[in-house]
Write a protein that binds this ligand. Structure first.
Ligand code: SF4
Length: 229
């Protein structure tokens, strides 16, 4: 059987305070099922970037230079994407193999994956950053190609398994989809009712202010701008 490999979009070293604790290296996996209308990393799924493959040992070699920073600050590796859980088997094998490194492992995910993919990594992850997009199914489906119910079921399953203390839920304000600040506030209220207390509100960059907006993002922007509340 050939050795499994992780297909990576980008590695970003020496991150502080943006995700996880301490100093982290962000490992962006290729592939994503969501197709968010204003995706910030379309190269992870649109075929414009080929990515680079790593075996477990090659990935370890690529990130180990910062081991001392990880160990002294309580940091480690943040798996993001794209959607990192599309490659959950590799992540599971990697974290198992390097569980004695002393590094912490963090996950940033939208949870729109089969349940098994999430279960693969739960034993190893210290903290989760969950990108909720929107807690209203209608708006969720207007903004993504994902399945809202699958996301919600996985979110509640994760809370039951690891406790909400380990989960930060990101609640974005999305230009053109959200007509006011009210949608994000209501999304926060719904998450509180579901038992989450670690809420992280953020505002997505207006796609109009990006220099290199793609033709698809332009069309999405026009569709969402026209959409009724
Ligand atoms: S979840 Fe992230 S990578 Fe995937 S489509 Fe949305 S913004 Fe892009």
């Amino acid at each position: 059987m050939s050795e499994s490999k992780l297909k990576v979009f980008a590695l970003d070293r020496l991150r502080m305070t943006t995700d996880g604790s301490g100093v982290t290296t962000l490992i962006c996996g290729m592939g994503c099922p969501l197709r968010c209308r204003f995706c910030i990393n379309p190269g992870s799924w649109d075929g414009s970037v080929s990515g680079k493959e790593y075996t477990k040992e090659e990935l370890y070699e690529a990130v180990k230079a910062d081991s001392l920073y990880f160990l002294t600050t309580g940091g480690g590796l943040m798996f993001g994407g794209g959607e990192p859980l599309l490659q959950s088997e590799f992540l599971k094998e990697f974290m198992e193999q390097y569980s004695s490194s002393g590094w912490n492992f963090y996950l940033e995910s939208s949870l729109n994956v089969p349940r098994k993919n999430l279960e693969d990594v739960i034993p190893y992850i210290e903290e989760y950053l969950i990108d909720t997009k929107d807690m209203n199914p209608d708006r969720y489906h207007a903004y993504t190609d994902g399945d809202y119910q699958r996301f919600l079921n996985n979110l509640l399953f994760l809370k039951d398994r690891v406790g909400q203390e380990k989960i930060v839920v990101r609640i974005p304000k999305i230009p053109f989809l959200h007509k006011s600040g009210e949608e994000a506030r209501l999304n926060g209220e719904k998450l509180k009712e579901l038992g989450f207390t670690r809420l992280d509100f953020l505002t997505y960059l207006n796609p109009e202010s990006r220099k290199d907006i793609s033709e698809t993002a332009r069309e999405n922007l026009e569709l969402l701008a026209k959409r009724d509340k």
